[in-house]
Write a new protein. Structure first.
Length: 325
């Protein structure tokens, strides 16, 4: 058993090493005492500058309202708890979990108030990040499902023969999957246009797709739309265009046009050296996908020209639209 002297030393030591900010508050709400450990976490160099201050004034907005309500509860003999932001003495923003309890005298009357604040800034940041990630995941899933629905609808519409429609549909889903892998591997960083283009055309290019352009960031939505567009262009080139023989070349280039009021991306897919090109009798999924998805997702304009020397696809979109989710 500890005697009274050792007990007092033990309590003093515990208060000094504690990372909780332990305070005694007067019935009028004035700050009377703060433990040594609390002064450390609150970055207080001289407690005398804060002694006697009205405690709720350390809080702003909802935190101030909650602090006043907690004092009222303690004066009535009840404990209260709340969480909120409050800066340290040196202005460092922190998030606290606060418990406020009444202190009773020998007759059971409230004679003071005890407040224990624990710094949970790291936990709050983690929770906020998880909410942000969940919202981002829900947003991405919504975009992916919309694209899958469009792919399924257009593929089955174009190809009445299921034997033809099934591999085409699976191929397009595979392109979406590769695009999504790139987004995941970006580790919360924006996806780069070059990285996306190289990954999507790799299985078709055999080194015959020449890619050149500055680094451009893409949002998840725009990256998935461009994934499908590049996949359709590469597939068409492999089946019918410049990549269907041994000599054709595809040039995929883009540049930034900063002369406009708002900078724009000008992108061109140009095929040369392939079989002679003829204007198609009907618009397939690829053309509709490019016109609809890219125009909608990127907020830009696009066109496909079936020149006799090779297909040319051009896209122009504001750079700001490329990074917006």
């Amino acid at each position: 058993m500890l005697d009274s002297h050792n007990s007092s030393r033990f309590i003093a030591a515990a208060l000094a090493v504690s990372d909780d900010c332990i305070k005694v508050i007067g019935m009028d709400g004035s700050l009377q005492f703060m433990n040594e450990g609390g002064q450390r976490v609150m970055e207080v160099d001289d407690f005398s500058q804060f002694k006697g201050c009205y405690w709720p004034n350390f809080w702003e907005g909802q935190g101030n309202t909650d602090a006043v309500a907690a004092l009222d509860e303690a004066r009535a003999g009840r404990a209260a708890r709340f969480t909120g932001f409050a800066n340290t003495a040196k202005g460092t923003p922190r998030y606290w979990d606060v418990k406020v309890s009444p202190l009773f005298d020998d007759k059971g009357a409230v004679e003071g108030i005890l407040s224990i604040s624990r710094d949970i800034t790291a936990l709050k940041s983690f929770e906020d990040e998880q909410i942000l990630l969940r919202n981002e995941l829900a947003h991405r899933i919504k975009n992916i499902l919309a694209l899958v629905q469009a792919v399924a609808s257009q593929t089955l519409k174009d190809d009445a023969d299921m034997a033809t429609a099934k591999p085409t549909f699976l191929s397009r889903l595979g392109a979406l999957s590769r695009g999504h892998d790139i987004l995941i591997n970006a580790h919360h960083n924006p996806t780069q246009l070059r990285t996306l283009a190289e990954a999507v055309v790799a299985e078709h290019s055999a080194g015959r797709v020449l890619i050149d352009g500055p680094e451009i960031d893409l949002s998840a939505k725009c990256a998935l739309a461009l994934t499908l567009a590049f996949h359709e262009l590469a597939t068409n080139a492999f089946k019918y265009g410049a990549l269907s023989n041994d000599t054709g070349i595809v040039s995929l280039t883009w540049k930034l046009n900063e002369n406009a009021d708002r900078p724009t991306l000008d992108l061109t897919w140009k095929e040369t050296g392939g079989p002679e090109v003829f204007q198609p009798t009907r618009r397939g999924f690829g053309s509709r996908m490019i016109d609809k998805a890219l125009s909608s997702y990127l907020g830009g304009t696009s066109r496909i020209d079936f020149d006799r020397d090779g297909l040319v696809f051009s896209l122009s979109a504001q750079v700001a639209n490329l990074i917006e989710n």
